[in-house]
Structures are given as C-alpha cells and as structure tokens.
Design a protein around this ligand. Structure first.
Ligand code: FAD
Ligand code: NA7
Length: 515
C-alpha cells in the first residue's frame, strides 16, 4: 500500500503528521529508524552539520562509506580533507619545505653532515598515523554527542527515506524530515588505455607504502601543482604535464609566477601535452605515450608512477536522487539555493557536491554549521560564498582572497581599477641566497572614492598564514586608505602588504628595496 500524507486528511495537521510518521515506520516490512536529521557523507561538511545539530539537542544519523579506488586504496571516516586531501597534503608540503630549510640551515651556521634525503616510508607512515588519529577523533566526537554513525552507503528511497547498505550487504532504513547530502567528490579518470589500471590519483598517493620514484603528474590545477611541488621537494624526479594553462580560475599573472618558480627549482613542466596510453612493463615501470594537444607530436617516456589530477566528479550518480525529486546540473552537482535547499522539500546539499560552491573544507564546514542552526535554532544566517580566501600550497605558496585581476577587469572595467604591486625579498632568503624573483604581491582596488579593496594576492613563504588576517579586513570592506594607514610588523613579509604603493598604471619599477 502506498502511504501518503493526503490519505490522512480529516485529522488535525499536527496529529496527521505524527500519525503519518508512525504509520510510515511500520508500513513497509523493514524497520525504519526516525531522526531529526540524516546526513549522507561523513566528511568536512556532513560531520560539521551533524555535530552542530546534535549540540542543539537533535537526534542525528550520519552515514559514511568509502568505495576503494581502482587499485584498492580505502580509508575511514572524515572525508577527503582528512584522509586524502588537505591534511596529508599539507603535511607532505611541510616535509618538502623542511628539506629546503635544512639546506638553508647550513648557511645559517648549522653543522649538518652528509646528504639530505627523505625516507618516504617513514614520512607516509607518520602521515597515515596522524590521519588515523583524526579518524578516531571523529568517531569519539560523534559518540560523545550520541550521533548514530553508520558505516553504510546511503541512497534515497524517497525524499524522507534513506537506505544504507553496509559492507556485508545488510540494509538499514532511516527516515527524517531533514536530509543533508554531503557526499563530496572523487578524482576523475581520463579515458585513455591504462588510466584506471596503472595510474594513481591523490586518493592513492598519501597511502602509498612504496616511494613513488620518477613521477609524472598530469593536471595543471592546484591538486596537480601541489602534489608535483612536494614530490619534487622530497627529491623525486617529477614531471608536471599541463594541458593548457596552470591554475585555471586563479589570477593568471600569479599562476605564471607559481609555475616559473617550480621550473626555477628544477621541476620539468611540459605544456600542451596529454597522456594517451599507459602500459606496465615487465620491470613494473610505466611506459607512457604523450601526445601534443594538436596531435602533431607523440613521445614516450618511462615513469615509476603516473599521478592523475585531472579534476573531480561529485558522487551523485548512485544516490538515486530522482526517486526523491532532487535535480542536478550537467556535471552531476546538486542544484541548491542560497539556503542550501535542493529541489526536494526537506533535502539539502552542502560542500563539494553542491553546485557553484568553492571546493574547500572551511566552506563545507561553515555551510554545514549554519544550515544546522537554520534548521534547528531558528537562525536566519546564510553562508556567504564570496570573499573566500584560499592558498595553493606549492613550494612557494600562493594565497588569495577576492577577485583575480581578470575578473576585476571584467566586472569593473580596467579604467575603474587601481592595481598596486610589489616584488619583495623575504629577509630569511638573504643569507641562504635564495632567489626571490617570484615573491610578489598585488592588491586590486576600486580606482575612485574610498578605493575599496577587491582582491589581494600574495606569493611567498607562509602566504596562507599571512592572508587569513587580510581576509578578515576584506570581509569588513577594507579600503586602500585603511590598508596603508596600518603600521607594519618589521621585519616580515606581511608588512609589504601594508606598505604597497606602486601602481601598475604608473609603470614604476615595483621592486621593493631596503626597509
Ligand atoms: P568530503 O570531505 O569529500 O566527504 C564526503 C564523504 O561522504 C566521504 O567520506 C565519502 O566517502 C562519503 N560518501 C560519498 N558517497 C556516500 C554515500 N552514498 N553514502 C555514504 N557516504 C558517502 N580544501 C581546503 O580547504 N584546503 C586544502 O588545502 C585542500 N587541499 C586538498 C587537497 C586535495 C588533494 C584534495 C583532493 C582536496 C583538497 N581540498 C582542500 C578540498 C577539500 O578536501 C574538500 O573541499 C572537502 O573535503 C569537501 O568536504 P565535503 O564534506 O563536501 O566532502
Ligand atoms: P580541476 O580544477 O578540475 O583541474 C583539472 C586539471 O586537469 C586542469 O588543469 C585540466 O586542464 C587538467 N585535465 C583535465 N583532463 C585532462 C586530461 N585528459 N589530460 C590532461 N589534463 C587534463 O581539478 P583538480 O583535481 O586539480 O581540483 C579539483 C578540486 O579538488 C579543486 O577545486 C579542489 O578544491 C579539490 P584544462 O585546464 O582543462 O586544460
């Protein structure tokens, strides 16, 4: 029998809803657990949303399930950031930076004997141990809040019912008036022979027990650049393949400086080439056929590892979204409004799986928390998806908040902008005689009135640490006058931002000299 709310007309609305819930629970043979909130996906966004709702006294169930990669890598609760994203990536970036620092240390008088080499087995083991401690921490936090955690794959039965499938095939049925989709995404494999069989992605790299050796990294976006950056920094022979432009969507002047720096550090970057065939040889090395994008040139080269960083797909195809009336865009991302509502009443989507959202952990977390407060605390606060700072953790970090120069010109017109810029030399680069050619800052402002700041860009050591505070200022609507009225902290790289005064329009040399 198909049970509908309409079938209970005649009862008062409150009683009708209670009765409906009660009848639904027993209407299909399987027992259905009732919750105030069901979250599908225990990553950055889903966990934040679920924990916040539980802190507000609500009953919450979280389903999280990781399907292994084609070569069998799998991990535990916490999602992309914890297991195969931000956390292991930043730790490996730090390991690579330490290698540089040890070289510098000699110039600063430290007596460091012998060759400096990194032990991949030790590094990856340490990283994996830390990740496991975070997995454990998430489980403890859910337990403390009495959030019911299911290691089960969720899919929709209808807009109020989720079916969870456990590893052994057992099914559970959960019901709620509030369901949050927070399933994130996974790496996309290009369609050439050998891609799935012989190549790895960022989902495998951090869990790799053996050193990657001579590595080909495919993809010019930040995942590709960051992985290539730390692999090269750890001492692996690394080639980076960029099909068209680096860091699409980011300010292209900054992107070029980032890749120039990588080339200056000795990395081999090849532009306009794509892999077309990967074959495993008897000695376990990979024979890779590379072709120019225009198809005129083909070369082959052998590598120990091929890492694909060619984009990510949202994990929506197996959620049975149509049964609940939830619509997606042509990339499979869930269509949402500013309240994170999907096209189905009572169903929401947050994080990487939602359309038009910056794919960043703090974005997923904040939108999850705010959603829980709107659902269960009568809050009206919406997530702001503009002025979101982010950092590309390449060997020389690039951090940014606000508009790129290209987008500022498109939105405001070049004649209405003032662009301040400066090349600078970090003090810590002087004694080790490090090249600072790519240490550069750019502040984009309105040209007239109070000169509201529209975008800040910084390439240099610890750029991410520097940018966070400037992002607060931008969020508060800071102007150029306010920026330049601030006294710097000397001697730092951050002070160069408050001292910035040379405009691109002036044509003056933007090289900072002396204090
Ligand atoms: P996720 O964290 O991906 O969580 C989704 C969870 O749902 C996963 O555990 C998944 O297995 C599970 N799941 C999927 N389908 C189902 C289902 N049907 N049933 C049950 N469970 C399911 N962001 C930053 O801010 N800073 C960084 O430095 C950074 N570095 C990154 C580096 C790399 C290599 C990558 C790949 C990403 C990086 N990101 C970074 C992006 C960041 O990891 C994501 O934006 C963030 O994890 C998105 O969170 P989410 O909750 O939307 O999804
Ligand atoms: P992105 O941002 O989608 O970028 C994918 C990159 O891979 C981009 O440089 C593409 O080049 C390149 N690409 C795509 N397909 C191919 C093939 N077939 N061959 C060679 N190169 C290719 O993906 P990321 O994985 O770096 O990051 C995705 C998100 O994950 C990101 O927003 C983070 O939040 C985490 P193109 O520019 O299209 O020429």
């Amino acid at each position: 029998m198909m049970l509908t709310l309409r079938g209970l007309e005649g009862f008062c609305p409150t009683y009708r809803r209670l009765l409906w819930r009660h009848l639904r629970k027993f209407s299909s043979g399987a027992q259905k657990e009732q919750y105030d909130l069901i979250v599908i996906g225990g990553g950055s966004g889903g966990l934040a949303c679920g924990k916040e709702a539980a802190d507000l006294g609500k009953t919450v169930a979280v389903l999280d399930f990781v399907k292994p990669t084609p070569i069998g890598t799998k991990w535990d609760i916490g999602g992309t950031c914890v297991n195969v994203g931000c956390i292991p990536k930043k730790l490996m970036h730090q390991a690579a930076l330490l290698g540089h620092s040890i070289h510098d240390a000699r110039k600063f008088g430290w007596n460091i004997p012998g060759d400096i080499t990194n032990n991949w087995e030790e590094l990856s083991h340490a990283v994996q141990m830390h990740v496991r401690s975070l997995n454990w921490g998430h489980k403890v936090q859910l337990n403390e809040r009495k959030v019911k955690y299911y290691n089960a794959y969720g899919s929709f039965v209808d807009a109020n019912t989720v079916r969870g499938t456990k590893k052994n095939g057992d099914k559970i049925y959960l019901q709620s008036d509030n369901i949050v989709i927070a399933v994130g995404g996974r790496p996309r494999y290009p369609n050439f022979p050998g891609a799935r069989e012989h190549c790895i992605t960022s989902d495998d790299l951090f869990w790799k027990k053996k050193p990657p050796g001579k590595t080909l990294v495919v993809g010019g976006s930040y995942v590709g650049l960051e992985c290539a950056g730390f692999l090269h920094g750890l001492g692996f022979d690394t080639t980076l393949l960029i099909r068209s432009i680096p860091l699409r969507g980011f300010d292209q002047q900054m992107a070029k400086l980032v890749t120039d720096n990588m080339t200056d550090c000795g990395m081999n970057i090849q532009y306009g080439m794509i892999p077309t065939h990967v074959e495993k040889l008897t000695d376990n090395t990979l024979k890779v056929e590379l072709q120019s994008v225009d198809g005129t040139k083909t070369i082959t080269n052998n590598f120990d590892t091929v890492l694909l960083a060619t984009g990510r797909d949202p994990l929506t195809s197996e959620l049975n979204l149509s049964s609940a009336g939830i619509e997606t865009d042509n990339m499979g991302k869930v269509i949402v409004n500013e309240e994170e509502k999907t096209t189905a009443s009572g169903v929401y989507a947050i994080g990487d799986v939602a359309e038009n959202r910056p794919e960043l952990t703090p974005v997923a977390i904040k939108s999850g928390k705010l959603l829980a407060r709107r659902l269960f605390l009568n809050s009206k606060e919406l997530m702001h998806y503009d002025v979101i700072p982010t950092t590309v953790f390449t060997p020389l970090e690039y951090s940014t908040v606000g508009l790129s120069e290209e987008n500022a010109i498109a939105q405001y017109g070049e004649e209405n902008l003032e662009i301040y810029h400066a090349f600078y030399k970090p003090l810590e680069y002087t004694i080790p005689e490090r090249d600072s050619s790519q240490c550069y800052i750019k502040v984009i402002t309105e040209r007239y009135n109070e000169q509201k700041i529209l975008g800040i860009h910084l390439i240099g050591p610890n750029a991410g640490e520097v940018m966070q505070g400037f992002a607060v200022a931008m969020r508060c609507g800071a102007t150029y006058q306010q920026l330049s009225s601030v006294v710097g902290i000397h001697p730092t790289c951050a002070e160069e931002l408050v001292k910035i005064h040379i405009t691109k329009r002036s044509g003056l040399d933007p090289t900072v000299t002396g204090c």
